[in-house]
Design a protein around this ligand. Structure first.
Ligand code: GAP
Length: 480
């Protein structure tokens, strides 16, 4: 299947089966904003749980917080986001559409010079040099030289290249302007002392947080990849300044291992050192994943040194120095920053399969890792009569508190299996006539479609063994 069809298929599967809906769907949608449906939120919560536990349970020196989205506007002055959190933009005068010129050039080069690596490399080198020197004129000339047209109007009627700030400003009658936070990290920096004191933390230690961030992105039509409202899973690790390189390498290594544990497939991952660093960073590496539209950033690892704490010390007039290891210093910070929606997209994409069965039929199956599946097991009666629904309902009620289960009797058994395949349920249990005689049910595996009989009293143990998170956290703890 062509890549663009795969992506369209993924978006439609996510909507039909209740994973992702366009926001404000009944009003025609809202660009780059999405809602999570009933199965989407379960999958997303399972990813969060896994990340949260792998940070705050497996590392005894990492604790979590949940800071507010609205913060004092001085925070954004101190952090540099008001002055520096800018992106380049260019407009096409005919279509009135807005683009990021660097992305326009990169996508053009990817599409047209993939068979000419020398030319591709030359153009990307020039792009990187112009970005570094902030030479917008050269970027504009490059767009002209490459004859890049607007994909909508098909014209080259471009404006000048300029900067715009990516934060959403909220107008407030009585207060200074407020901003929706563009990263969760600042809530962590501002609570550095609160957490350190209340939890008696000693350097090195980390603070983890999962929460919403907002950016005024130019629409890229990449589904969950680039949204205006999205979630980040960030961890700031506070260290001795002279240990910067050591911890930077440590966290790069740990985070890559975490991703490989999640997906298993090394060839879908790349590490890329930043050639264009964020205003706060002294080192930066992107962990890139092979999305349907190519390798793209899924997580950023940065050394922010003492940039943020120093700025907050200056703006808030509060001391950020610590006295530890017999000296007074402002700690350095290594940050790991993962986009929750991006990893959701990567897992959804890598799990969605079309399989040809022996009888020639196609089945669509979401081969999620079992511990992430939205529903852990489904319980069906073979037919809707002769007391079978009552037995199946009793099994569901007995185990529903321990496991996320589903009871269904709305269709024929074949269709019920297909539906569970499509939402990624790893096992199904069917109550049939033999159940009445032997207290056993048919158990069917999603991936192999193999079936066997199991006793009702073993159902909960089997679900736990097949889908439990703990077993996987334990395996991960041996790797990191
Ligand atoms: N605190 C550092 C920071 O925010 P970043 O590289 O700008 O760094 C970190 O963002 C991660 O957040 C990215 O690797 C990506 O996974 C996610 N992210 C950033 N912008 C996003 C967007 N518009 N939509 C979805 N995820 C986004």
């Amino acid at each position: 299947m062509k890549k663009c069809y795969i992506f369209d298929f993924l978006i439609s599967h996510a909507k039909i089966y209740g994973f992702i809906f366009p926001s404000s769907d009944i009003y025609g949608g809202l660009n780059a904003v999405y809602d999570y449906g009933p199965y989407g939120i379960e999958l997303k919560n399972n990813i969060k749980k896994f990340w949260w536990k792998s940070m705050t349970f497996l590392h005894e020196n990492i604790v979590g917080i949940d800071s507010s989205i609205l913060m004092h506007s001085n925070i954004w002055n101190a952090s540099g986001h008001i002055d520096e959190f800018n992106e380049l933009l260019i407009d096409n005068k005919d279509s009135k559409k807005r683009y990021r010129p660097d992305i326009l050039i990169k996508e053009y080069v990817e599409k047209n010079f993939s068979k000419n690596p020398k030319k591709k490399e030359d153009i990307l080198f020039r792009l990187s040099k112009s970005l570094k020197k902030k030479d917008f004129l050269d970027l504009r000339i490059l767009i002209d030289e490459l004859n890049i047209c607007d994909p909508i109007s098909k014209t080259k009627n471009w404006t000048k290249i300029r900067y715009f700030n990516m934060m959403f400003k909220i107008k407030n009658e009585n207060e200074k302007d407020l901003y929706l936070r563009p990263e969760t990290a600042q809530g962590i920096f501002c609570n550095f002392h609160n957490v350190k004191k209340s939890n008696r933390m000693k350097i090195p230690f980390g603070i983890a947080q999962i929460g919403k961030s907002f950016r005024n992105e130019i629409f890229s039509k990449k589904f969950l990849f680039r949204m205006r409202e999205f979630e980040q899973m960030e961890m700031q690790f506070f260290i001795l300044p002279e240990e910067e390189k050591k911890w930077y390498e440590y966290w790069k290594n740990i985070r890559l291992k975490w991703h490989l544990f999640f997906f298993g497939d090394k060839k879908n991952y790349k590490l890329r050192n930043h050639d264009h660093l964020a205003h706060y960073a002294s080192y930066g590496t992107d962990i890139e994943y092979k999305f349907p539209f190519g390798f793209q950033e899924i997580e950023g690892i940065h050394s922010r040194r003492d940039f943020d704490l120093k700025k907050h010390e200056f703006f808030s007039k509060k001391k950020f120095k610590v006295y530890e290891s017999k000296k007074n210093y402002i700690p350095y910070v290594i940050e790991t920053s993962l986009g929750l929606d991006r990893i959701f997209l990567a897992i959804f994409f890598s799990s969605l399969k079309k399989e040809k069965l022996e009888n020639g039929n196609i089945r669509i199956v979401l081969k999620l890792p079992h511990y992430l599946s939205p529903i852990k097991a489904a319980i069906f009666p073979l037919v809707k009569k002769d007391g079978l629904p009552e037995i199946a309902k009793k099994i569901f009620n007995n185990f529903k508190i321990k496991h996320k289960l589903i009871y269904d009797q709305k269709e024929s058994i074949g269709k019920l299996y297909r539906r569970q395949d499509a939402i990624g349920t790893p096992i199904c249990f069917t109550v049939d006539y033999e159940t009445k005689e032997t207290n056993t049910v048919t158990m069917r595996y999603r991936d192999s479609m193999k079936q066997k009989r199991v006793h009702i009293k073993n159902i909960s143990k089997i679900i736990q063994k097949e889908t439990g998170l703990e077993k996987n956290l334990k395996k991960l703890s041996h790797l990191i």
